[in-house]
Design a protein around this ligand. Structure first.
Ligand SMILES: *Cc1c(COP(=O)(O)O)cnc(C)c1O
Length: 462
């Protein structure tokens, strides 16, 4: 039976004559199409050997097109974030503003004055581009933008403290996430880590006791980012550390991580230290991420004293961690929104933080109405969104989410993740929750379609 069925399968040459295959060859090239065609035929042969009838040529052609589609789909693609976690590191952190996206598209399409001084008609420096804006917004003397905050730390510590001592409180030896640990980066720089104080309590005198004016290169403060130190705790203020540093002419570096320019307190959240506060307190170098609360592209911002920033810029490692033109222009566009006082309107992260709960409730109800035929119990429930991105631990923003009650929320969540575009939801109290706060308004239609399809196939199977 299977031998005669196998003979029914068309040959590669025969299939290549089909118009549909010729058109695939035209679109995607002969090599890729042949690969997909052979894979489709192998699959068909296996089906026949399992005792099933040989598929028609049409089926084989459709299978070839399907396999080609899979092979050509980039592995990185857009996802709908319905988790309510605004700066979701696994989902790409900050979505960019329209102004930033447009600037990035424009600059990447052609040539630019990236490192060209148009007035002089000679070589210029890429580092001038976002520097003035960063100085203006933070009050710093100078600024340098690198690939990300981890590189900012590495470059700063290598340049200022290699083979010398850096004082850091035991309460600040933090792991940021993804296994990224501050002490490990410090060691990479060749700086010698001097831990001072205890996990919960560190005083200025602990730093003073550990300080050697000849060997100590830097006092480093690291923002806790993703955890809270509460109870019987003490940490010196940045100003106190700067006071100590000044006595011994030792610079103080402040690694902020999230590095906000806006005051989170005005949005009903706890206070997240701002970059301008650290500069005002006298920090010599402040480092922050471009894609956390700043709401821009992935970048590491280094702002501070002009002489130190000049040293960083000249260090060979600066070349290894240098920033791309699309990032620079995207960051610049993001910063311009702050300059114009439009951050909460334009920058998605701040727009999401600033969305009133009534607006979220309206959107959740709109989704509910659009899905009422789906045959699943749907309700709009009070829930909590979080800022994420290693900022404001324990802080939440009240939201209204669409709750779906299905027999297996895990199975539904998996279906939503398998859709295109995939939707990532969260499960709470055995219900699947979709938080409108982090779903971009233009994704509403796609989200509703995805849920409808996922619910339909859920019912088909149960
Ligand atoms: C997030 C964070 C970093 C790392 O920043 P990336 O931009 O992810 O490289 C470093 N330090 C602190 C305190 C952070 O919160």
């Amino acid at each position: 039976m299977s031998q005669s069925e196998l003979r029914k399968l068309p040959s590669v040459d025969k299939l290549l004559e089909a118009d549909a295959i010729a058109s695939l060859v035209e679109q995607h090239g002969r090599e890729l199409t042949l690969e997909a065609l052979r894979a489709a035929l192998d699959g068909a042969r296996q089906t026949v050997l399992n005792g099933e009838p040989a598929p028609e040529a049409e089926t084989l052609i459709a299978e070839t097109a399907h396999r080609l589609g899979d092979a050509l789909r980039p592995s990185l693609y857009p996802v709908i974030n319905a988790t309510g976690v605004i700066i979701h590191t696994n989902l790409g952190r900050a979505p960019l503003s329209k102004r930033a996206r447009q600037a990035m598209a424009q600059i990447s399409a052609g040539y630019s004055n990236l490192e060209y001084d148009l007035q002089a008609g000679a070589r210029g420096s890429r580092y001038v581009h976002a520097a003035d804006l960063l100085c203006r917004l933070t009050g710093a003397e100078d600024a340098l933008v690198v690939n990300n905050n981890a590189s900012a730390l590495l470059l700063t510590l290598t340049t200022l403290a290699k083979e010398r001592e850096v004082l850091i409180s035991r309460g600040q030896l933090v792991e940021i996430g993804g296994g990224f640990r501050i002490p490990d980066v410090m060691r990479q720089s060749g700086a010698q880590l001097i831990e001072v104080g205890t996990t919960n309590r560190t005083y200025v005198r602990d730093y003073a006791d550990a300080l050697h004016s000849m060997k100590t290169a830097l006092i480093l403060r690291v923002h806790h980012s993703n955890f809270q130190l509460t109870g019987f705790v003490h940490e010196p203020t940045l100003a106190e550390l700067v006071g100590l540093g000044d006595e011994y002419a030792i610079p103080v570096m402040d690694d902020l991580g999230s590095g906000t320019l806006l005051d989170t307190e005005t949005f009903g959240l706890a206070h997240e230290p701002t970059i301008q506060e650290s500069i005002a307190a006298g920090a010599s170098v402040v480092t922050a991420s471009g894609d956390k609360l700043l709401g821009g592209p992935q970048a590491g911002l280094i702002v501070g004293k002009a002489d130190l920033i000049a040293k960083l810029r000249r260090h060979p490692l600066a070349r290894a961690v240098r920033v791309d033109k699309t990032t620079l222009v995207g960051l610049q566009a993001t910063l311009l929104a702050y300059l114009e006082g439009k951050a909460t309107e334009e920058i998605p992260v701040w727009r999401m933080i600033n969305t009133p709960v009534e607006a979220l409730a309206r959107r959740a109800r709109k989704w509910q109405r659009a899905l009422k035929e789906a045959g699943t119990p749907l309700s709009v429930v009070a829930a909590e969104s979080t800022v994420g991105g290693g900022s404001l631990p324990g802080q939440t923003l009240p939201t209204r989410a669409l709750a779906l009650e299905v027999p297996s929320p895990d199975a539904l969540a998996a279906r939503l993740r398998a859709a295109y575009p995939p939707t990532v939801a969260r499960i709470e109290d055995d219900r699947l929750l979709l938080d409108p706060r982090t779903v971009l308004p233009e994704q509403d239609t796609a989200l509703i379609e995805t849920i409808r399809d996922a619910l339909a196939s859920n019912f088909a199977e149960s």
